[in-house]
Design a binder for this molecule. Structure first.
Ligand code: HMG
Ligand code: MG
Length: 301
């Protein structure tokens, strides 16, 4: 199969990244990160979550972040919403695109959103109706598509069923999340072949955490399967609060380097992206998780 000529990167650093950082980050720093990312050419940024602050305290203040960012035309600024309460809060904050998130494993669903997979899907139905009424697009996530921290192996058919249900209820795109980063290129290809029997490939996205260092290989495998949307996190920030030991998403800089090398268009400026990642890492006092950023920065010293 031919590789896609262009790819859309969904920048999840401000959400998937920062949700897992230990120290609180103030609103102004979050706003700066989002603005730096849009200035680097990212056209889709997941800015925050409207979830319970008791569950994920780092995402408190997402409404203020939305109020503070300089929204550029052509850029999608999205938020996670697990239920109607979250959706209403997002709506009040002027959010124009939201994401619902389900899991392919029952145990993870319970730990992450305190209900079964079936209950979560039911919970999304009124949200989907409300979104339609307000002309808000909804993206869907499935977690644990290549393994679960509690249940181990996850059946690809189970992933396909959850993805199918999200797509059928109106999610325009379903992102397949390797939450714990245990997936391999072969497993990724088999997964996509199974899920694509239920959801068209052009409606699927890949979301790879890099815990086992396999994310870039899995992205390449997905490209070969015709997937052209990938979630990534600047400087490889983050992890998942309900998946112990999971590291951040694959670093956006590293994915961009891969795509640039393949001649695949993204519209993103690598140098500006590296600067955005460095700024947030120094604020957090942590090492930059992007190998590409580290190498470029070492050369500049
Ligand atoms: P619950 O305790 O079952 O909810 O939590 P509840 O409806 O019984 O309400 C309990 C309390 O939470 C009430 O407040 C509600 O008002 C409040 P109280 O009366 O105790 O003061 N509440 C809310 N507050 C703010 N916003 C809301 C909201 N809903 C209820 N939306 C709930 C259920 C889903 C809320 C909870 O489990 C939760 O917030 N979980 C957070 C999960 C999360 O954010 N996980 C990380 C993101 S997912 C992820 O990272 C995976 C992904 O990256 C893909 C991948 O890598 O796999 C997407
Ligand atoms: Mg994630």
């Amino acid at each position: 199969m031919n590789l896609p000529t262009s790819v859309r990167l969904v920048e999840v650093g401000p959400r998937d990244g920062l949700q897992n950082e230990k120290q609180p980050i103030n609103v102004a720093d979050k706003v700066r990160l989002v603005d730096d990312l849009s200035a680097a050419g990212l056209s889709y940024i997941e800015v925050g979550s409207f979830v319970s602050p008791k569950w994920v305290p780092q995402m408190a203040g997402s409404a203020e972040v939305f109020a503070g960012i300089a929204q550029r035309p052509g850029v999608t600024y999205a938020a996670l919403t697990p239920n109607m309460k979250g959706f209403e809060a997002a709506l009040a904050a002027g959010v124009k695109e939201v994401a619902v998130f389900a899991a392919a494993s029952e145990a993870f669903s319970q730990k992450n959103i305190n209900c079964s997979i079936g209950e979560s899907l039911e919970r999304f139905l009124p949200l989907m109706d409300a979104a339609r009424q307000h002309d808000i697009r909804v993206r869907g996530y499935v977690s644990c598509v290549l393994g679960c921290p509690y249940e181990g192996e996850v059946d690809a058919l189970q992933v396909a069923r959850v993805a199918r249900d999200l797509f059928a209820m109106g999610c325009y795109e379903v992102s397949l999340g390797d939450t714990i980063g245990t997936g391999t290129a072969g497993a990724t290809r088999r997964l996509i072949e199974t899920v694509a029997q239920y959801v068209p490939r052009e409606r699927l996205a890949g979301h790879f955490h890099d815990t086992y260092g396999q994310a870039l290989a899995n992205i390449y495998a997905s490209l070969l399967e015709g997937i052209a949307v990938f979630d990534s996190s600047v400087a490889g920030l983050g992890g998942c609060p309900y998946a112990k030991g999971a590291t951040g998403n694959v670093a956006t800089e590293d994915v961009l380097y891969l795509l640039n090398g393949l001649g695949i268009e993204t519209g993103i400026d690598l140098q500006r992206l590296i600067a955005a990642g460095e700024r947030i890492c120094s604020l957090l006092g942590k090492d930059n998780g992007s190998r590409v950023a580290k190498s470029f920065l070492a050369k500049c010293q």
